[in-house]
Ligand binder design. Structure first.
Ligand SMILES: Nc1ncnc2c1ncn2[C@@H]1O[C@H](COP(=O)(O)OP(=O)(O)OP(=O)(O)O)[C@@H](O)[C@H]1O
Ligand SMILES: [Mg+2]
Length: 271
């Protein structure tokens, strides 16, 4: 289980007031559920996930993973999570298999168990044919696959994925979605971020909408439709996140609001 309680993060910016990346974020991501952090660019999703992953220290508030404090018990938290961060750096001189193996070994997994897990993960995310190529020159999606396998190699109880479908094609997105469902069935706690409502709604039991560093709504897709009073998930997201709608408006209604978007706009995406 992953809990955020009034988390905040202010970054120092030279010659300017501090940048408030996260103002106040609270949510609970339960075991056996997929929780989606949904928000527009710059909302604070990555910063929130980086704090919960112990990669950066919060300015205020608290976070817990399986009851362990992200500050006081960072080592225990690290052991309990698998993280796909937004920086997917790989060792380019190593093959995909060697990259994943290295992370497995760092986590104390060795020998036949490690090799079998690499093969299993590779089959699940359709990257078997990539395993023995050096990662130098890998495409964005290929790098992402290696980073996903690396994040899951120790079979963590909690999984944090920052925009895991970025750069993945439809087939791989489907495989990843299956993998996330499998993790849920195994009772794992999965948190992932996205700025695509349809993607989140296709997978998540609980959606946390973040805007300008704050949680502005939380619930399942049906709940978000109800509280926003909108007909489509995309409109609900635009409305709840307080974003200005940048969609072109019809010449006859120059101030046409978001609600004039097709109610089914993009609803079939990523299904
Ligand atoms: N190290 C930093 N120094 C200064 N500002 C930062 C830093 N890291 C993030 N920010 C700012 O904090 C805000 C939140 O950034 P964050 O990366 O968390 O957003 P995000 O929701 O992940 O967005 P995206 O969907 O584009 O990935 C942004 O305005 C960003 O520019
Ligand atoms: Mg981000």
């Amino acid at each position: 289980m992953i809990e955020a309680k009034n988390l905040s993060k202010h970054f120092k910016v030279k010659g300017k007031p501090d940048k408030v990346a996260v103002a106040d974020v609270s949510f609970t991501a339960r075991d056996g559920q997929v929780t989606g952090l949904l928000g527009p660019n710059g909302a604070g999703k990555t910063t929130t996930l980086r704090m919960l992953s112990t990669l950066i220290e919060p300015t205020g508030g608290a976070g817990r993973v399986d009851g362990k404090d992200i500050r006081a018990d960072a080592m225990a938290v690290k052991a309990a999570i698998g993280v796909l961060s937004d920086a997917r750096g790989l060792y380019t001189r190593l093959t995909a298999r060697e990259n994943i193996r290295y992370y497995g070994e760092l986590r104390g997994i060795t020998g036949a168990t490690l090799e079998a897990r690499i093969e299993k993960l590779a089959a699940l995310i359709d990257m078997t044919e990539l395993l023995d190529r050096r990662t130098d020159g890998f495409s964005q999606g290929e790098r992402m696959k290696v980073a996903i396998a690396r994040a899951l190699i120790h079979e963590p109880k909690n999984v944090i994925l920052d925009e895991p479908t970025n750069g993945l094609d439809v087939m791989t997105t489907r495989s990843l979605r299956e993998l996330i469902r499998k993790l849920r069935e195994e009772g794992k706690c999965v948190v992932f971020s996205s700025h695509i409502m349809q993607e989140v709604s296709a997978l998540c039991d609980d959606i946390v909408i973040v805007s300008q560093g704050r949680v502005v709504a939380q619930g399942d897709a049906q709940h978000l439709l109800e509280i926003s009073g909108k007909a489509s998930l995309e409109e609900a997201f635009v409305h709840l996140s307080g974003e200005t709608d940048h969609a072109p408006t019809s010449p006859t209604s120059p101030t046409s609001p978001a609600s004039t978007l097709s109610p089914t706009a993009n609803q079939g995406m990523m299904q």
